[in-house]
Design a binder for this molecule. Structure first.
Ligand SMILES: Cc1cc2nc3c(=O)[nH]c(=O)nc-3n(C[C@H](O)[C@H](O)[C@H](O)COP(=O)(O)O)c2cc1C
Length: 371
């Protein structure tokens, strides 16, 4: 397997160690002062903008790998013009135990929800190489708002010209909570984000925030209720909803009708990881601990699923005559993948796994576009 350079998130360290000491590799060097915010020439994708905000190249890193303002500042310096600040909550939340990232080796090139392999077991271990697919199991940890709010302010301030910091948040379902309290928690988190001076915000509905392996985005009606309440709080600020792959056309259309068609949502970011049973080479559970039989797979193996979701959303946008933005995510590992997502209808494209292991990805895409 061909080797990658050092990733900016060190999978051999805990989440807390990465948070305190990262980023690593070329991102660490960029932060140490060997690069300036990369707001260079405008992209030939020209006049690129997202929700009216100018962006040099509509490409960046989605929610997750950029843990705090040091990571987002490094991403900007390395030419990623869109940087999503890892999902925060209205309260502090623990991270799942280490390890949090494994390499996965599906039998087939492409994994889409419904594939039998996802329930039979996908081999997961510590051998990272190309083609790179990984699983991540963090449980969406969050620092207390007293800590993340000032840090998010710093992250926003570090964006260069033509660069945009996008905060991500999600609601926290706790035992005994009523639906009203759950909705109110989303509104509280959105308000905390808005207080940092954010220009736009992303709401995550695609992690197991509804309890083990249950996703909020599987309930379009509830997402509609929540986004309406959040939008009432945040006013004109654009609201993006992060979606997992939704296999059913009917469910996807209901999601769009309950949110974007009402004007409460201005964009969708999709996809998140694809849930799989992870096994070691003996067929045993790969990640230690209760409730971790399944975990999300991302990277090269989910590119087909991501492109499929973006194409379907773009088709729906045209058919329903709506004008929401689409941020295409999933398995973007090289410049050709970026172009494929743009051709599929994405207004912007992001890479988590690909960018983590290839810090030069934004520069490579820009070079390929002739910058
Ligand atoms: C280390 C890591 C942490 C992630 N954490 C989050 C998160 O907190 N919130 C979220 O919405 N998505 C999270 N994701 C999912 C990514 O945003 C993205 O949707 C997914 O990884 C697919 O993109 P990729 O194939 O480029 O990795 C995370 C992904 C990775 C790799």
């Amino acid at each position: 397997m061909a080797e990658y350079a050092e990733p900016f998130y060190d999978v051999n360290l805990s989440y807390a160690e990465n948070y305190e000491r990262g980023p690593f590799g070329a991102f660490g060097a960029a932060l140490a002062g060997h690069a300036q915010p990369d707001g260079r020439a405008r992209s030939p994708e020209l006049g690129a903008d997202l929700f009216g905000f100018p962006v040099n190249l509509p490409f960046g890193i989605p929610a997750g790998p950029l843990l705090n303002s040091r990571f987002t500042a490094a991403a900007f310096r390395m030419g990623f013009d869109l940087a999503v600040y890892k999902t925060v909550r209205s309260r502090a939340w623990e991270c799942n135990p280490f390890p949090n990232v494994l390499s996965v080796h599906p039998r087939t090139d492409s994994l889409t929800p419904g594939d039998p392999e996802l329930d039979e077991g996908v081999l997961a271990d510590g051998r990272f190489g190309r083609p790179l697919s990984i699983s991540n199991s963090f449980g969406v940890p969050s620092r207390d708002p007293d800590e993340w709010q000032p840090d998010m302010r710093d992250a926003i301030a570090a964006a260069g010209s033509g660069q945009l910091l996008i905060p991500s948040f999600q609601g926290s379902r706790q035992d005994g909570m009523t639906t009203g309290e759950y909705i109110a928690d989303h509104v509280a988190a959105a308000k905390l984000v808005q207080e940092t001076g954010a220009q736009l915000v992303e709401m995550n509905t695609s992690c197991p925030n509804e309890g083990r392996n249950r996703l909020l985005c599987d309930d379009p009606r509830l997402v509609g209720e929540i986004t309406e309440s959040v939008k009432n709080e945040i006013g004109d600020m654009p609201l993006i909803v992060k979606l997992a792959y939704l296999p059913s056309e009917e469910a996807l259309e209901r999601m769009v009708r309950e949110t974007a068609a009402h004007g409460s949502v201005q964009g969708f970011a999709t996809i998140n990881t694809v849930s799989a049973k992870l096994v070691d080479r003996h067929g045993n559970q790969a990640l230690p601990g209760e409730g971790r039989e399944r975990s999300g797979v991302c990277g090269a193996a989910i590119r087909g699923a991501g492109l499929n979701m973006v194409r379907r959303l773009a088709g729906m946008r045209e058919r329903l005559k709506l004008d929401f933005a689409i941020i295409g995510i999933g398995g973007v590992m090289n410049p050709a993948d970026y172009r494929d997502y743009r051709a599929a209808g994405a207004d912007a494209v992001m890479s988590a796994t690909g960018a983590m292991w290839d810090c030069e990805l934004a520069h490579q895409i820009k070079a390929g576009l002739g910058q």
